[in-house]
Design a protein around this ligand. Sequence first.
Ligand code: SF4
Length: 446
Amino acid sequence: MALSGIQIYKMLPQTNCKECGFPTCLAFAMKLAAKQVELDDCPYVTEESKQQLAESAAPPIRLITLKARDHEVAVGNEVVLFRHEKKFFNRPGVLIRVVDTAEEAAITEKVAAASAYSVDYVGLDLRLDGFVIEAASGDPAAFATAVGAVRASSGLPVVLKSDDPAVIEAGLKVLEGEKPLLLGANSGNWEAMADLAKQGETALGVMGGTLEELAELTEKIQATGVEDMVLYPTASAMGASLAMQTQIRRLALKNFRPLGYPTIAFAGDGGNPARESTLAAHAICKYAGFVVVDTFAPELIYPILVLRENIYTDPQKPIQVLPAVYEINDPKPGDPVLVTTNFSITYFSVANEVEGSGLSAWLLVTDAEGMSVLTAWAAGKFDAESIAKAVKEFGIADKLEKHVIVLPGHTAVLSGELEEELPDWEVKVGPREAVDLPGYMKTVLT
Ligand code: SF4
């Protein structure tokens, strides 16, 4: 059971040394009880207390990892209901389902295309995480053939889906050395499925139409020694699925251990391909650990992956690029230096406009803690001093014949101060919007 703040406080040193960043041990204990800090933040907890606190400090949703040749995907370890309370930690794995009744060539084609799919999104490489192979045939040999076809065309992790232990066993044999998910155990087969999971040292998916059914099964399976489980609430209607996923998360966060596992959601189970992306979106937001779609099409997958990226970034930390000098279109010593901040979207807006125009430039990206230009300027994180510091730190002057530096138009007010900070430079004020940069460079800088 979770410990209260007072119970945790009694196990802390009670010296109020403040090294954890809180003024008192009691304040730290309250935050620890709310799972908003880590126990390691206090360097003085005794080993004995650490052990006692382990259950309270452990994430209420078990971390489950699927592994294959080219990739591994870890889900779970979540500690909050809403991302603004802290953040969501592990992105849900997005998987594509194939069925073993399809032609082998069709499986190969779908899997190879999905496995190779990659899209650049503000400097991030977005990809799919693996496949669910479903035994629609009920035939172990056909299932093993389908698993072999998937493995021959992709090195991504897989979920083996059947309620027949003999079928799962046949698929498992094809995946020697891997950590797939076996899906799934139900009230009729759980003992045989648990045996397979133990033999293969794999995670086991547990299926149930109600919370009671799921909790009862996980307790029985855990008693056999299987620790790694994934819950498959089988409600397929959108409202019922949303309710079950939310209740599982709520109960898990209250440390109800029988439901303290990540979940899997099948967006295709609604029986309506047109609504697949909607169902996948709601599964990403609320609160699936794995999201399975049947249709592989870039126009369906792209928004799902982008949504996942946005939901699973830390809301308190903007996506950033590294402060540095970036070379655009192979710049020469006579080219100008454009300045911007390290907020990813700001960086890519500027870089993409200049790169797309074919013009060359040095792009100086300052450390503004991931804020956009105007926000950083208002917060005192983007000023003449920080720009001059970046110029010196990255040694950009040594690469240039002409020392021309261009400020973003919104910060024209900095030009005088920057001239004082960089007396050997010609300071110019660029346009307010990135889209106007190519025109500005052609007319003003040449
Ligand atoms: S670091 Fe530990 S001992 Fe010091 S105030 Fe924080 S909880 Fe108390």
